[in-house]
Write a protein that binds this ligand. Structure first.
Ligand code: NDP
Length: 240
């Protein structure tokens, strides 16, 4: 049976690797993105995966986007809430806009997207939702009160929604990556990054594919007894 999957922010970075891993697992994948049309078009041409532009922080756009995906590919069985941004600054320097953008997109996006697809999954008796959290939502990070709060919120959101989905065959899990070699991490100053890598026991940044393989497992038929959990893939940087 071919399952339909939506990956938000699925056209580059970790999301690109997730889209490809789900495609390789035999799923019919739709990759959402925010505005980088050129990157999205190149990705779609390279992979054959259709791309859909909308802002996950916009509730109505999420409803309409998911309806379009369902019309094109079939009812949505799998949702990977991967889209995320950073707007880093210490609390003293952080503007209200920086706070609100990160909460709206990173955490609000999970709510908006889940609202659009959860009912259908429940009605059909099968679904997988994977929310991409972060090591910095687990342990906090200097200069990231907005991002850490949003990611920590994702971990709570996951456990609460998992309880609502459990009886209906819908699993909800989080995956908390450590530092992964993508554009987001490329924006971190080199001196800061060196200090971060020094704290990773395996001695390197992670690869997007290493996160994607974890997501593919959480989305698989085999993972039906796994719900409400957080899978930490971080090179041993943060252990619970
Ligand atoms: P990138 O910055 O490389 O890619 C972000 C993706 O999200 C892009 O496809 C972008 O679209 C999309 N996106 C951004 N804002 C929106 C929005 N409002 N609506 C829809 N799509 C949006 O990020 P990463 O691959 O590094 O990160 C992916 C996820 O993993 C994020 O949630 C991040 O917080 C998390 N994470 C990353 C870590 C890392 O080390 N890289 C560590 C821990 C967690 P477009 O191309 O159009 O801009």
């Amino acid at each position: 049976m071919t399952r339909t999957a939506i990956v938000t922010g699925g056209t580059r970075g970790i999301g690109e690797a997730i889209s490809l891993a789900l495609q390789q697992a035999g799923m019919s994948v739709a990759a959402n993105y925010a505005g980088n049309d050129e990157k999205a078009a190149a990705f779609s041409q390279r992979t054959g995966i259709p791309v859909y532009r909308w802002d996950v922080g916009d509730y109505t756009a999420c409803q309409e986007g998911c309806e379009q995906v369902a019309a094109d590919l079939g009812p949505v069985d799998i949702l990977v809430n991967n889209a995320g941004i950073t707007r880093d600054a210490t609390l003293q320097r952080m503007s209200l806009d920086m706070w609100e953008d990160v909460i709206r997109i990173n955490l609000g996006g999970c709510f908006n997207m889940a609202k659009a697809v959860f009912g259908g999954m429940r009605d059909r008796g099968w679904g997988r939702i994977v929310n991409i959290g972060s090591i910095n939502g687990q342990g906090g990070q200097y200069g990231q009160v907005n991002y850490a709060a949003a990611k920590s919120g994702i971990h709570g959101f996951t456990k609460a929604l998992a309880q609502e989905g459990a009886k209906f065959g819908v699993t909800v899990n989080a995956l908390a990556p450590g530092y992964i070699d993508t554009d987001m991490v490329a924006a971190v100053p080199e001196t800061v990054l060196e200090k971060i890598v020094a704290k990773i026991p395996v001695g390197r940044l992670g690869k997007a594919e290493e996160i994607a393989r974890g997501v593919a497992f959480l989305c698989s038929e085999d993972a039906g007894f796994l719900t409400g959990s957080t899978l930490s893939i971080n090179g041993g940087q943060h252990m619970y």
